[in-house]
Write a protein that binds this ligand. Sequence first.
Ligand code: NAP
Ligand code: MG
Length: 500
Amino acid sequence: METATSSQNGHATEFIGRRHKMFIGGKFVEAASGKTFDSFNPATGEVLARVPEGDKQDIEVAVKAARGAFEGAAWRRMTPSDRGKLIWRLGDAIEKHADEFATIESLDNGKSVMMARYGDVALVVDMFRYMAGWTTKIEGNTIPLSVPYTPGAQYHAYTLREPVGVVGQIIPWNFPLLMAAWKLGPALAAGCTVVLKVAEQTPLSALRLAELIAEVGFPEGVVNVVTGFGETAGAALAAHPDVDKVAFTGSTEVGKLIVKAAAGNLKKLTLELGGKSPNVVFKDADMQTAIAGAADAVFFNHGQACCAGTRLFVEKSAFDKVVEGVAERAKNIKLGPGLDPSTEMGPLVSDEQMNRVCGYLDSGRKDGAKAVAGGARAGNKGYFVQPTVLTDVKPDMKVYQEEIFGPVVVAVPFSDPSEVEPAANDTVYGLAAGIWTNDISKAHTLAAKLRSGTVWINCYSIFDAALPFGGYKQSGWGREMGHAVLNNYLENKSVCVKIA
Ligand code: NAP
Ligand code: MG
């Protein structure tokens, strides 16, 4: 008998095998140029699907559709309650197709299907439900005035929160569907309309999501999904004069290009960029927990996570034990295609990413770092890289300073707790940090000193739709998730009435 899961996997195969189109103005369309490009299965290096190569012309049409929808009555006049119900229904629809989404994500991105199903897709569903609840709770204030130059006059003053308008969203390939949800959820809750440019490496799950967006009944043009390249479609969206706001997740390098592109019409901007997050293990930590946690902190999603704990600082007397433990774990991680349920780590997303990570491994070796686990590509088919632990690293090495975005951690001993704060903060990034200790006072003292948007204590990579996430320093502007993210998508209007 066919199980629900196997039939959903069948749907995934059927979906992947289709002739793919982009979603603009409520219709599935080819690129205006007629061009397409390939998306690859990173476990084999073979072509998985072909999608439209949207460019400036398609962005033009999509922005027009989003503007039309923003001004049209169907979305503008929809009650907050109905908007919430629509977003909730989208969460339900994704949940119904959870196994199908997990399969698509695993084949397109390389990640394990189990992780995609119980990590990515579960968080996606929760994100839409969390945001659905906000639509009816977006409120202004009444404000008592004491205007000093109009003695005796009385005013009634209040604020309105209004959607910022047409939003361009540009997302990366590491959590394709989840990044779409982090971006779309709050934009829709706030009443904005969206043009979403997905990453060229992983276009498929967002195209399937677009079908559900149409199915559950979002008005035409509220969400538009464009597949294409960053330098063409992405750049056109970031620079578009009729886009009111851009939300970007990706590299710090491209983040800086987006800032420049957005300057033309001074569009609002939020950025979620890279990281080189410190993970600090004190000698009084529960060692088994800390070792497993330090390994997961970096190897989660194959190290392709902006918050990955890639600089592991360990108090000297525990250094050998922790490094040995993390190295042991690294050596035992089962690499394989994401679709194999026993796979613990899949391939990196692309040959480009594999070569970039291997380039860092070469540079570390040349600079004198020692690989106590891994250190090279794994096999010669697909884009696999060995989980790697580097020691004997110095602060001036590239592997110590730069975001590698692969399964590579550098381990560094410290002798006194006072040393670790400056070392942990010695980075241009400030996205996340981890602390492992049983001393609550030590944990909170260090947490307060770390210049990063998230600090995890005795845990790592804990995400929740209600918990804000984002960066200090060059890790970004603004926050994702929580009620904090709604500020990214809302204007504040002050209304002042003279009543006497
Ligand atoms: P990326 O180039 O920053 O890509 C992110 C998104 O921006 C993609 O949709 C990309 O399009 C688009 N883009 C690229 N150039 C653009 C431009 N000039 N204007 C507008 N949009 C543009 O990241 P990547 O190439 O995929 O990976 C490079 C490095 O970025 C990684 O090694 C990693 O260090 C970092 N990264 C960080 C995150 C994160 O979550 N913070 C995620 C992914 C990567 P394309 O699809 O055509 O590239
Ligand atoms: Mg790129």
